[in-house]
Ligand binder design. Structure first.
Ligand code: MF3
Ligand code: CO
Ligand code: CO
Length: 260
């Protein structure tokens, strides 16, 4: 079988220490913003608060000016799949779901994590979409260990999403992360168990499944950033940065009280 040659960075012990700090700050930023993610707040206010928090902690918000992205975080609501641009006009209201995606650049390393927030009273069908999406992320994470194939992650996510009759976005994927925001490998959220590179201790990558209530197809808005579902069905996403350890995995962006 022919395999694509890709170079996956193996981080040294010192590099891992530095990444832990950046990832911990990204997680802390989500904890910090959580109480503000409520009805009547604009996504621009959330952006500005996160920006100040990240800068106060001696870091830089990686999205800002990344290939021209205009804000410091991504806020993706309802039918928006990912890369939503915070806006004064985008005001959260009861029934909405929103993904807040934080990436910090600290010590020369990026840390990337996102979570969904339910605003007020959310339709039980939508709530289930959000819960299953988190479950998909956990099942993907739990396949990670030295010697396993990267494809096991996507296979586990695929099984969980399809069992619940949801679709998986294929146009965007997880990624290696470190000194660069997006490194090799691409982490697919649908896959066959035996495909992809073999995992080794010191690899660091994100897993960030985007799961849709309807079809998997996406559409890019004219702003060249906002990704939405083509059928306008609602979409959910969670993201963690994961280290492959000698024995399994470490979730570098774990929030306090989050048990995996
Ligand atoms: N944080 C996103 C990811 O998980 C990437 C955002 S790129 C941006 O990979 F430019 F939109 F910020
Ligand atoms: Co990411
Ligand atoms: Co992200």
């Amino acid at each position: 079988m022919l395999q694509k040659l890709i170079m996956i960075n193996i981080k040294s012990g010192r590099e891992i220490e530095l990444m832990r700090e950046s990832c911990a700050l990204a997680a802390k930023t989500l904890e910090y913003i959580a109480p503000f993610v409520k009805p009547d707040v604009s996504t621009l206010e959330l952006n500005d608060l996160c920006h100040q928090f990240i800068v106060k902690n001696k870091a830089y918000p990686s999205p800002l000016n990344y290939h021209g992205f205009p804000k410091s975080i991504c806020t993706s609501k309802n039918e928006i799949v990912c890369h939503g641009i915070p806006s004064k006009k985008d005001i959260l209201k009861s029934g909405d779901i929103v993904n807040v995606d934080i990436t910090t650049f600290l010590n020369g390393f990026h840390g990337d994590t996102s979570q969904m927030f339910l605003i007020g009273e959310v339709d039980p069908k939508i709530k289930k979409l959000v819960e299953v999406t988190y479950q998909c992320l956990l099942l993907g994470i739990k396949t990670v260990r030295p010697g396993s194939k990267l494809g096991e992650i996507g296979a586990a996510i695929e099984e969980c999403a399809h069992k619940n009759n949801y679709s998986i976005v294929e146009d965007y994927c997880g990624h290696g992360i470190g000194r660069e925001f997006h490194e090799e490998p691409q982490v697919l959220h649908y896959d066959t168990k035996s495909s992809g590179p073999t995992l080794r201790p010191g690899m660091v990558f994100t897993i960030e499944p985007m799961i849709n209530l309807g079809q998997k197809y996406t559409q890019l808005l004219k702003d060249k950033w906002t990704v939405l579902t083509r059928d306008r069905s609602w979409s959910a996403q969670f993201e963690h940065t994961i280290l492959v350890t000698e024995t399994g995995f470490e979730v570098l962006t774990l929030r306090s009280g989050e048990i995996i």
